[in-house]
Structure formats: structure tokens, C-alpha cells
Design a protein around this ligand. Structure first.
Ligand code: HEM
Length: 391
């Protein structure tokens, strides 16, 4: 039997406890045993809302639960704020109206051939080696190439640099300075585009967008959020999914034989290998959630990750069931901030799994491999060594 959790997460939650990396599933299950709102007194202190109905309600009531103070609790000083994720209406509504058309299903559907080309080119680069770290060689680069090159029109030669500086798996102490380098590169790209003839894409829409108080630095923040938002998140659904398939050969063979099973499998991978499970809000008006009174100024963590494993909406929530008939997960959030890149992410996942399973139908992990995760507001697998026959 597993040792008990070291911390009492119901009364003394800590998003930065390293135990969350290894025992996130158990912590979530523990929250669902009679504690719909947990408490943390770490730093500024915050509530943790974990029940499905409560999380959806808070995410929808944006005027009471404001996103404008950012998605991180105990946010490090000096970190810029990113819109649309970290602002409220009316700016939020106007900005989404300007950029969302480029990420709607019809617009992203046209990218399918390009996504397949990128997936195959990435696989070409490692398939003759018989092994690869799939996080670094496929799971993260694929969504990044698709957004940055195909949607935002950046030069492919910049991709390795951007991937390195926006890498969430790198040493924690280097991340802030690396992020600053990435944001500087995005700034330079926007300046370059402002000098060029318009291409009618999302970057031109952003350059043309005007709103009182929304500055050049905010435009850089928006393109940075769009760039970063899809990498580790889509990457974790791919790496988590491929790890599951590597260790469950029957499920893998079913998916290889019948690609029509892939969409449901993807939803289950999104539910379980959730890249953005904990997003913060600031209470603006006195309110109550599951019997807990909250005051203006209180910080609240909406746990989309825990809500997606709420036994009242998900049977056997800890089990991975690739054929789950109903899957009401909140991997893409809820309410006005729900993920603007969801359609793109779904297509990248669909094409990515199809291409991978076609080219490398049999694969496994080394016998002694134990996945390592990093968990806070976001969660991801640090690396995933896969072994397969050289192709
Ligand atoms: C599997 C992949 C993805 C997952 C799991 C994911 C998850 C999420 C979640 C949970 C939110 C809501 C945050 C909140 O309520 O505070 C969100 C918002 C957002 N995501 Fe994604 N995301 C993914 C892919 C993408 C992609 C591909 C892009 C860029 C094209 C993107 C860009 C954004 C942006 C800009 C927001 C803020 C939207 C707003 O506040 O209106 N995401 N995402």
C-alpha cells in the first residue's frame, strides 16, 4: 500500500509541494473526499476549488472571479501580464473578437496537410535511430511549429531557439531569464512584421488591434501567450498518451488498426494528462462557494484538473478508459477564458497521433523508466524515452 500523503492538502494545500509531481492523482482523489474547497496559507494564501460544478460556475462568473491579476498564485515579481488570459472584459472581449477568427475550426482545418508534413518531418529525423526522447523530438516541437510557423508566419529557422527558451522542462532557475529571451524574440518579430506588407493573418490582426490602455508591450504579451499556450499543453497530451500506449500494447494495437478510435482516446489523454490544471482568479465581490465565504481580494485556484476527475461527473475518474462514452473534462477550461487554441490543439493531436502510429506502430519504454512530472499551474512530463524498431 502507498504511504499516506505527506501533507494535509485539504487544510494546508501547496501548489509548489514537490509531492504534487509524483502524487497528483492521489492529491486530487483526496480533495474529492469531502473537501470541495481546500485552503492554502502559503504566501498570499488562496482557496482551491475542485468540484466540477463549482469550477465551472467560478470560471463563468468573471466579474466576481477576475483573471486580471494573473493565472499564478504567489506570482513572482517582475513577470509581465499576458492578455487575453490575464485581463477582464471589455478588453478581453475585444481582443478575443480580433484574434479568435484565425483559430476557429474552419481556419485551422485548412492547416491539416501542413500539420501532417511537420509531423512526418519530425518523425523522419529520429525513426532510423530506434530510440528518441519523444518530448523533445516530437511532442513539444509539433505544436510549436504549427502555431509559430503556420499560424503566426514565423521563420522555421527560429524554431529551435524559441523551443529552447520557452522550455518548461529546463532548470527552474533559468526559466525566468529564458522566458525574457523568448519574449524579446517575439517583440523583434512583431516589429519586423509592422514594417512589412500585411499578410492578413493573426499577427496583422494583432498589430491593427487598438484598445485604450493596451500597449505595444501588451501586443508582445498576447503573441507570447499564443506561442507558449499550446506547446507544453499539447505536448503533455501527446507524451502522456504515448506513454500510456507504450505500456498498454492492446490499446495501442486497437488504435493502430482503427484510427476512428483516436478522437475519444485524445479526450481521455486531455482529461488525464492535463497541461493547465490549476488557474488562478481574484475575488472581486463577497461570495460563497460550497459553503465557504470568500471576500474581495481573496485568491482562488480553479482546479480544472481536479474538476475533471470529480466522481459526480466522471465514473472511475482515476482510470484511463480510451472508450469513455461521455467525457466532460475541463482540459480547455470554461467560461470566457476557455482556451482560444482548442480547435488547433485538437487537430494537432489528431494528426500527430495518426502520423506517429502509422510510422511507428510498435514502441515501448525502457524497463526501468519511471515518468517524471513537473506540476504547479501547469503540468508536463519532463522526458519520455521511447524504443522501437529502426524504420
Ligand atoms: C492541449 C492543449 C491545450 C490545453 C490543455 C490548453 C488549456 C487551456 C486552459 C485550461 C485555458 C483557460 C485558462 C484559464 O481559465 O485561466 C486556456 C486558455 C488559453 N489558451 Fe490554451 N490550451 C491548449 C492549447 C492552446 C493553443 C494551441 C493555444 C494557441 C494557439 C492556446 C492559447 C491559449 C490562450 C491565448 C488562452 C487564454 C484565452 C483567454 O483568456 O481568453 N492554448 N488554455
Amino acid at each position: 500500500m502507498d504511504a499516506p500523503l505527506k501533507r494535509d492538502y485539504q487544510h494546508d494545500f501547496d501548489l509548489n509541494d514537490p509531492e504534487l509531481n509524483t502524487r497528483w492523482d492521489e492529491v486530487v482523489a483526496h480533495l474529492h473526499t469531502g473537501c470541495p474547497v481546500a485552503r492554502s496559507d502559503v504566501g498570499e494564501g488562496y482557496w482551491v476549488v475542485s468540484r466540477y460544478t463549482d469550477v465551472v460556475r467560478c470560471a463563468k462568473e468573471w466579474a466576481t472571479f477576475s483573471a486580471a491579476d494573473g493565472f499564478m498564485v504567489n506570482r513572482p515579481e517582475g513577470l509581465p501580464y499576458f492578455a487575453p488570459g490575464e485581463c477582464d472584459p471589455p478588453l478581453h472581449e475585444a481582443l478575443r473578437a480580433a484574434i479568435a477568427p484565425f483559430l476557429r475550426p474552419r481556419a485551422v482545418g485548412a492547416l491539416e496537410p501542413a500539420i501532417r508534413r511537420h509531423a512526418n518531418a519530425l518523425i523522419d529525423a529520429f525513426c532510423a535511430q530506434g530510440q528518441t526522447d519523444i518530448v523533445a523530438s516530437f511532442a513539444n516541437p509539433l505544436p510549436q511549429l504549427v502555431f509559430s510557423v503556420e499560424v503566426a508566419g514565423m521563420d522555421p529557422v527560429d524554431m529551435p531557439y524559441l523551443l529552447e527558451v520557452f522550455d518548461l522542462s529546463g532548470p527552474a532557475e533559468q526559466r525566468a531569464s529564458n522566458f525574457a529571451l523568448g519574449i524579446a524574440r517575439i517583440d523583434a518579430y512583431l516589429r519586423q512584421r509592422a514594417e512589412q506588407a500585411p499578410r492578413g493573418d493573426i499577427v496583422d490582426a494583432l498589430l491593427a488591434f487598438e484598445f485604450e490602455g493596451y500597449t505595444w508591450q501588451d501586443k508582445v504579451g498576447t503573441l507570447s501567450q499564443l506561442t507558449i499556450g499550446g506547446i507544453g499543453t499539447t505536448g503533455f497530451a501527446i507524451s502522456g498518451g504515448l506513454h500510456y500506449l507504450a505500456t498498454h500494447p492492446d490499446a495501442r494495437r486497437r488504435l493502430v488498426a482503427d484510427h476512428s478510435l483516436i478522437p475519444r482516446a485524445i479526450d481521455e489523454f486531455l482529461r488525464v494528462f492535463m497541461g493547465a490544471p490549476n488557474m488562478a482568479r481574484r475575488v472581486k465581490a463577497e461570495t460563497e462557494v460550497a459553503g465557504v465565504r470568500m471576500q474581495p481580494g481573496d485568491r482562488v485556484l480553479l482546479s480544472f484538473g481536479a474538476a475533471s476527475r470529480d466522481p459526480s461527473v466522471c465514473e472511475r475518474p482515476q482510470e484511463i478508459d480510451l472508450a469513455r462514452p461521455v467525457n466532460r473534462h475541463l482540459a480547455f477550461g470554461a467560461g470566457n477564458h476557455s482556451c482560444i487554441g482548442a480547435s488547433l490543439a485538437r487537430l494537432v493531436l489528431q494528426v500527430g497521433f495518426e502520423a506517429f502510429l502509422e510510422r511507428i506502430p510498435e514502441f515501448r519504454v525502457p524497463e526501468d523508466f519511471v515518468p517524471r512530472y513537473e506540476t504547479a499551474n501547469t503540468r508536463h512530463m519532463v522526458s519520455l524515452p521511447l524504443l522501437f524498431d529502426r524504420a
